[in-house]
Design a protein around this ligand. Structure first.
Ligand code: GLA
Length: 412
């Protein structure tokens, strides 16, 4: 995969901006971090909680506001060519998978919300690996959306903005939940956040000082806008179908009112065991498996949050392992490489390990203590990366996550 995954080591960004847009200089810097989800996978679009933290790795956009509605964007990574369009409430999309759609999504949404908007010239750079399950695409949406607001002197509360951007990103064709946008926009440094949906709410927990989260890339790209999109969207559909069936049966038996349309509301009335029992009686194989993952994963989030609050690494790790098993067997979103990384981490003394993000490739996250972290990283290096030959810069694909602050925009 080599060094094209991130663009460290390139010349000064302001210099690059002036080269890309002769005669113009950047006046704003908008940045938004990626995230690593610690537990609560494929729960957000089902209205159940997640527990991510923001990363130090981020998207950075240098900008110069314009007097017209034109948006011109150059990406320092050559695989993403320059794009240009006009902001309006109806922006024609590029073909599915084109990175321009992640630029157009926030622009269209904010034009619908605020009316006529001015555009800008922008230079995008990134220290996040692409298609890695670390939310580089949502970080781009957040950084760009925030830039649109600042250029046009508009404001939204953090949660309102995060919700707006989560809805906006569906423009790209992925029926995603709201986790990535909420953590990228609103994370608190040094903390993990339990995020609830409908309504969107965030509850922070300090990450204990002696906990080390190791992130390791499978070297397999999980393109949110490519092959993984279908598999992802299929899962969202299956979850809705499973919910409709069990909610209908629960209503017929007087366990829940008619017309319950979310897992969250169903779980307020029917306990997990009863829900899975209803599933076993009324659903066929795949839908039952999806239901079982979603409802058990949601409850693991609360248990994990409590474990982190008491500094109980052992329990947090066991919950991560249970999450991975459920994602592999019931949700069927793991891969041989993810399983291999998980096994290596556990074999080297990690308290727990699991895939993070949507799966189908991307990254694994493992929890270690100060004494075991070096061994865990060495085991990845020797057991996974060395046998694969040239993998580019190791520190870009294997690193300790630092719980970082959410998005900011500053005047230069
Ligand atoms: C992707 C989506 C998120 C979430 C995860 C899986 O990252 O963008 O909304 O659904 O997958 O937990």
């Amino acid at each position: 995969m080599g060094s094209s995954w991130v663009d460290h080591g390139l010349p000064d960004p302001s210099e690059a901006f002036r080269k890309a847009f002769p005669g113009r200089s950047p006046t704003l810097l908008s940045r938004a971090p990626g995230r690593v989800n610690l537990i609560g996978e494929h729960t957000d679009y089902n209205g159940l909680p997640v527990f991510p933290m923001a990363l130090r790795q981020e998207i950075r956009i240098l900008l110069s506001p314009r007097d017209d509605a034109l948006v011109r964007v150059v990406n320092r990574k050559r695989e993403f060519g320059p794009r240009e369009f006009t902001i309006s409430h109806e922006i024609p999309p590029h073909v599915t998978g084109d990175w321009a759609n992640y630029l157009k999504a926030p622009c269209q949404a904010l034009a619908r919300r605020f009316g006529d908007l001015n555009g800008f010239d922008a230079l995008v750079s990134s220290t996040l690996p692409v298609a890695s399950g670390l939310s580089s695409s949502s970080a781009l949406v957040i950084a760009l959306g925030q830039a649109v607001l600042r250029v046009n002197e508009k404001t939204l509360s953090t949660l309102d903005f995060a919700e707006e951007m989560a809805a906006a990103e569906r423009y790209t064709g992925t029926q995603g939940g709201g986790m990535d946008q909420a953590i990228s926009a609103g994370a608190l440094e040094g903390h993990a956040s339990r995020i609830e949906f409908g309504p969107l709410e965030v509850f922070e927990t300090p990450v204990p000082e002696d906990w080390r989260f190791v992130v390791a890339h499978t070297l397999v790209r999980a393109e949110k806008s490519g092959f993984a999109q279908d598999a992802y969207n299929t899962r969202t559909k299956e979850c809705r179908e499973a919910l409709e069936v069990v909610a209908g049966v629960a209503a017929a038996r007087g366990l829940a009112p008619e017309g319950v349309v979310s897992y969250h509301h169903l779980l307020e009335r029917v306990c997990i065991q009863d829900l899975v029992d209803l599933g076993e009686e009324n659903l066929e194989g795949t839908l039952l498996k999806r239901l079982r993952h979603v409802v058990t994963e949601g409850s693991r989030v609360y248990d994990a949050e409590h474990a982190m609050k008491r500094g109980d690494r052992l329990t947090f790790g066991l919950l991560m392992n249970a999450s991975h098993q459920s994602l592999r067997e019931d949700y069927e979103v793991s891969s041989p490489e993810l399983d291999e990384l998980v096994d290596l981490a556990l074999g080297a003394g990690a308290a727990g390990a699991r895939l993070t993000g949507a799966g189908f490739g991307g990254c694994m996250v493992a929890l270690a203590g100060p004494d075991s972290v070096d061994g865990v990283m060495e085991s990845m290096e020797q057991g996974f990366y060395q046998p694969r030959g040239d993998v580019g810069k190791l520190d870009q694909i294997l690193f300790q996550a630092e719980a970082s602050q959410g998005a900011t925009v500053e005047t230069l």
